[in-house]
Design a protein around this ligand. Structure first.
Ligand code: FE2
Ligand code: FE2
Length: 223
């Protein structure tokens, strides 16, 4: 059986993720590599597990989470759609059933807020997990672009995020994104400027899952 672990160890996956991260680094974007993929994989699985999905769907969500950004190996533009097709071919080559690989393909192809929509349970969990990963460790502090004056709003928002995690509150049936922001670095308004569209998509994704999306910033419930 294919597991997220066997996907992580696959030589083709490793090569493509290495190239994807090279491209993202060259473009000066925040980190999208193994750390981000690993976190998104874990959270996507946890969301579906907490909502009572069967173990194979949970594992499929983990696999979708791990592979969701491999399209960055081709081009940042349309990386969701390109990555979806790449993932389909990798997973069927590894022996996954066509139907399951296609389900993961659909989820990956819909994870980006520019064109994506929550069209399945796996897609919805992936969208929320991906948008929840905002953290200062994603900012490339070793980059020459990081001579502080050159920080863009994405860097500032990520750099200000001390802590960010997502969980399902089973009692209230809410999917909660809890973020701590250092307001010396970025205002809550900056965060919203970047994340408004993403939060709307998270709300729709939670709707699809039959839950409510809640955003907590610095202890205050905002959505
Ligand atoms: Fe992405
Ligand atoms: Fe991502």
């Amino acid at each position: 059986m294919i597991t997220v672990q066997s996907v992580k160890e696959d030589a083709e996956v490793r090569a493509i993720m290495y190239i994807a991260e090279n491209q993202i680094e060259a473009l000066g974007f925040t980190e999208h590599s193994v750390r981000h993929s690993g976190i998104v994989s874990k959270w996507a699985g946890e969301i579906l597990e907490a909502l009572g999905a069967d173990p194979w769907r949970v594992e499929m969500a983990r696999i979708a989470g791990y592979l969701h950004d491999i399209g960055n190996s081709i081009n940042r533009n349309d990386h969701a759609q390109n990555g979806a097709v790449l993932a389909y071919h990798i997973l069927t080559r590894m022996g996954m059933k066509f139907l399951d690989a296609a389900d993961i393909m659909m989820a990956i192809g819909n994870h980006d807020e520019s064109k994506g929509l929550p069209v399945s349970d796996i897609t919805s969990a992936l969208i929320i997990a991906d948008k929840a990963d905002v953290h200062k460790s994603r900012v490339r502090t070793n980059s020459t672009r990081m001579s502080t004056d050159n920080l863009n709003i994405h860097d500032r928002v990520n750099l200000a995020a001390e802590k960010s995690y997502v969980y399902v509150d089973k009692q209230t049936n809410e999917i909660v994104l809890n973020i701590s922001i250092d307001t010396q670095i970025c205002s809550v308004m900056d965060y919203f400027e970047i994340y408004f569209g993403r939060m709307q998509l998270c709300r729709r994704a939670a709707d699809f899952l039959g839950s409510k999306f809640v955003l907590i910033i610095n202890g205050s419930r905002l959505v």
